[in-house]
Design a protein around this ligand. Structure first.
Ligand code: NAD
Ligand code: MG
Length: 392
């Protein structure tokens, strides 16, 4: 029986993970579930999966959860705070950790899982963007297996030869990262000035949490994924091409020196990469319906639009600069996206805030976790100041 901790169980990835696990309950057992705001849902999940621990972020949420669990006679023990997130991620009884907290809050528990040698199913791309170096080193040292959940990276992983030491030795010439283009594909910056939160969160193909939905609309998501790919597959950003593919059927591709291009395809449903990584190196069913190519009929491809989606260019810049530029990019983007979701700034101001924050940053090498946290904090403060100046 594999013992699993699901970080961010109440989110979109968390719920899909529990759906796959429920289909294979004779092989996977939930050790711990964690959540932040949706406490009634977390309580329901505890009642269903009976984990040993549930972890929440603050004391108020803990009190609400304890009261719901007691009412329903559920014996799950409730823990609170970041140290508890790290401890259920590194606990000796745990085999697999699904890292599906959104944003920088995922870094500490993901790093704890990687340092403890777990099989880490990595959805929380922000932790790789912030601290790719530390995470990859921690996994190397402990023997942890990092398996990508992000559909594009999971696709690339599936298209690479097993046990490949370096991409060039394996005959790989390029990684091709698919992008749907988001809800505003084909729009101009002017058209996007007045879009609402609902419009930005209405992704044409995927149903996801709010933050990643907004990132998909600005194309910052693809920028974060570019940096994620560089760390996961040990390539430079110039070895990764982004191809816009609006149908989201081809999840990404690998180009080889002999002209072969391998693609991974499937219906856009995160249960496929989740099931793939859970069972890896084996395969299990996911509940996703078979691909009907005749019904899909056509697949389209185009170049990404860097003029009307400046966030993608900012991510390329951060990837090329290296140092703590990705930390600054990520922190500033988190602050700006939240300000947009709160109605304080417009959609196109998200990229403006990030650009302004990056332009005034003095980049330095973040050699430790505390260095990363320092850069993250400074960038958040700078972005918050900029937002105060420009907000509506
Ligand atoms: P979501 O907003 O639906 O869920 C986020 C989860 O994180 C929730 O369980 C929430 O309670 C928890 N959380 C939020 N803030 C927290 C905090 N401060 N401390 C502890 N926990 C906190 O997000 P999602 O769409 O499930 O995405 C999760 C991660 O997976 C993100 O990093 C995202 O980029 C990545 N991802 C998501 C998808 C997708 O289809 N949803 C695809 C690829 C990658
Ligand atoms: Mg993705």
């Amino acid at each position: 029986m594999n013992q699993i901790t699901v970080l961010g169980a109440t989110g979109s990835i968390g719920v899909s993970t529990l759906d796959v696990i429920e289909q294979h309950s004779h092989e996977y057992n939930i050790f711990a579930l964690t959540g932040n705001k949706k406490i009634p849902l977390l309580a329901e999940q505890c009642a269903k999966f009976n984990p040993k621990y549930a972890v929440v972020v603050d004391a108020e949420a803990a009190a609400d959860l304890v009261s719901l669990l007691t009412q329903n006679h559920v014996s799950t023990q409730v823990l609170v705070g970041t140290d508890a997130l790290a401890s259920v991620s590194s606990h000796e009884d745990v085999d697999i950790v699904m890292a599906a907290i959104v944003g920088s809050a995922g870094l500490i528990p993901t790093l704890a899982a990687a340092s403890a040698g777990k099989k880490v199913l990595l959805a929380n791309k922000e932790s790789l963007v912030m601290a790719g170096n530390l995470l990859m080193q921690a996994a190397d040292k402990s023997g942890a297996t990092l398996l990508p959940i992000d559909s594009e990276h999971n696709a690339i992983f599936q298209c690479l030869p097993r046990d490949i030491k370096s991409l060039s030795k394996g005959g790989v010439s390029k990684l091709l990262l698919s992008a749907s283009g988001g809800p505003f594909r084909g729009w101009s910056l002017g058209d996007m000035g007045e879009v609402t939160q609902e419009q930005a969160c209405a992704h044409p193909n995927w149903s996801m949490g709010q933050k990643i939905s907004v990132d998909s609309a600005t194309l910052m998501n693809k920028g974060l994924e570019l940096i994620e790919a560089c760390w996961l597959f040990d390539v430079t950003c110039d070895q990764v091409d982004i191809v816009v593919h609006p149908q989201s059927i081809i999840h990404s591709l690998v180009q080889y020196v002999d002209g072969s291009v391998l693609a991974q395809m499937g219906n856009p449903d995160m249960r496929t990469p989740i099931a793939h990584a859970l069972a890896w190196p084996n395969r299990i069913t996911s509940g996703v319906s078979d691909l009907n190519l005749a019904e899909i009929a056509r697949l389209d491809f185009e170049e990404p639009d860097l003029v009307n989606f400046p966030s993608l260019g900012l991510a390329y810049e951060a990837a090329r600069v290296g140092l703590d530029a990705p930390v600054v990019l990520n922190a500033s983007n988190e602050i700006a996206v939240q300000a947009f979701l709160d109605g304080r700034i417009g959609f196109t101001q998200i990229a403006e805030v990030v650009a302004d924050t990056m332009a005034h940053a003095i980049f330095k090498e973040p050699d430790s976790l505390s260095g990363v946290q320092e850069s993250d904090k400074e960038a958040r403060a700078r972005s918050a100041e900029i937002i105060l100046r420009v907000q509506r």
